[in-house]
Design a protein around this ligand. Structure first.
Ligand SMILES: [Zn+2]
Length: 140
């Protein structure tokens, strides 16, 4: 837990987020400024600034969950593909300094963006989170 970190606040339940899934190690929630419908973030619950700080075990936990979430996104939204990316350091485009993995549904012709420019409506994010959570539940 790091003071002033928005993702630590979300983990602690002190800031709102449209949660999709969580276990002991990771939390999955909707990006508040989605590039496309279904844009999801996976974070370790422990604060690591980025890949340079994170433990191999924490990254393994994120990777494990990413398999299930990517399949759930595919089931829920039927995109042509899912872009998976994460950034380490300002020069790489990192804007929130708590490790996070982006899963972004893409369709043929969509722009290769990582960060959206507009905050989505809460009801839209809630509906999207619910569709992915439902697809996750249906898989297990
Ligand atoms: Zn944090």
């Amino acid at each position: 837990m790091k003071d002033g970190c928005i993702f630590c606040e979300i983990v602690a339940g002190r800031s709102p987020a449209h949660r999709v899934f969580e276990d002991e190690e990771v939390l999955v929630f909707m990006d508040i400024q989605p590039v496309s419908e279904g844009h999801t973030l996976i974070i370790p619950k422990v604060h690591y600034e980025n890949l340079f700080e994170a433990t191999e075990d924490a990254m393994a936990a994120v990777a494990r969950v990413s398999v299930r979430v990517a399949r759930a996104i595919r089931q829920a939204f039927a995109p042509d593909g899912v872009f998976v990316a994460q950034t380490n350091g300002v020069a790489a485009g990192q804007t929130v300094f708590h490790y996070h993995l982006h899963l972004i549904p893409r369709w043929h012709g969509s722009l290769p963006q990582l960060h959206g420019r507009r905050t989505a409506a809460p009801e839209d994010l809630a509906a999207t989170a619910s569709r992915i959570a439902h697809a996750l539940g249906g898989e297990s």
